[in-house]
Design a binder for this molecule. Structure first.
Ligand SMILES: Nc1nc2c(ncn2[C@@H]2O[C@H](COP(=O)(O)OP(=O)(O)O)[C@@H](O)[C@H]2O)c(=O)[nH]1
Ligand SMILES: [Mg+2]
Length: 214
């Protein structure tokens, strides 16, 4: 940790997190800044790019609970669209992103596989909203997530993670195919690109503020 940061931290009486990874953010050392902490869920079908998105934006080393896939999952986890995928998230992804110095997003990626659905009610508790990732080659994989957030009334946006070699669609085509209501943002993004993923998260924050004014 560099000395400027640790001096500031001590003068405010805050114990610096010694094994902190990544840059120290102002809200971590300055008690006069109360950061707004928000929880965001990243959902979508298996292999759609949830872990990729959390990894692309997180300023801390994301917690991942990836496991190497074995032949035992051959029947449940369809790899036809992502043949290079070697691991799968067995519980969830977790990452953190500070925007504007004091808006802190905590990202929770859902496990995609149906056998982990029992976790969803706990995972989404307290979240301000969700990003539902979609892959145009298998749009129907995001229906369960869309249904889930519709039925519990949680604000969500739909982000199409554009894979190389897949046909490019306009957001409005995807909206129509998934019958997404007009007020819900639908965007095309690339989960591997930090800027693109941050834009998606900002759009969700904006949308959540619009639909659930404080
Ligand atoms: N070409 C391309 N590959 C991607 C993109 N997003 C994710 N991938 C790859 O697709 C695979 C599945 O992504 P992953 O994030 O593990 O999916 P998850 O199951 O939703 O967590 C991984 O091998 C990624 O490297 C993308 O936007 N374009
Ligand atoms: Mg994953």
């Amino acid at each position: 940790m560099d000395s400027v940061v640790s001096d500031a931290a001590f003068s405010y009486g805050v114990t610096p997190l010694l094994d902190q990874e990544g840059p120290v953010r102002p809200w971590q050392t300055d008690r006069t800044r109360a950061p707004i902490a928000t929880k965001i869920v990243v959902a979508g079908g298996f292999g759609v790019g949830k872990t990729t998105l959390v990894t692309a934006v997180s300023e801390i080393t994301p917690l991942q609970t990836e496991a190497l896939m074995t032949e035992a999952s051959e029947e449940t986890d369809d790899l036809t669209s992502t043949p290079g995928k070697l691991t799968t998230t067995v519980a969830m992804d977790f990452g953190r992103l500070t925007l504007d110095d004091d808006l802190v997003l905590y990202l929770f990626g859902t496990p995609g596989q149906q056998r982990f659905w029992f976790m969803w009610d706990d995972l989404v508790r307290g979240a301000i909203g969700a990003v539902v990732l979609a892959d145009t080659r298998r749009l129907k994989d995001c229906f369960p997530a869309l249904d889930y957030f519709e039925s519990c009334g949680m604000p969500y946006v739909v982000a199409v993670n554009h894979f190389d070699g897949s046909e490019r669609f306009e957001p409005e085509d995807v909206r129509e195919a998934l019958t997404i209501p007009a007020h819900i943002p639908v965007m095309i993004m690339d989960a591997r690109r930090r800027i693109s993923a941050v834009e998606t998260l900002l759009s969700l924050v904006g949308h959540a503020l619009d639909v659930t004014p404080e």
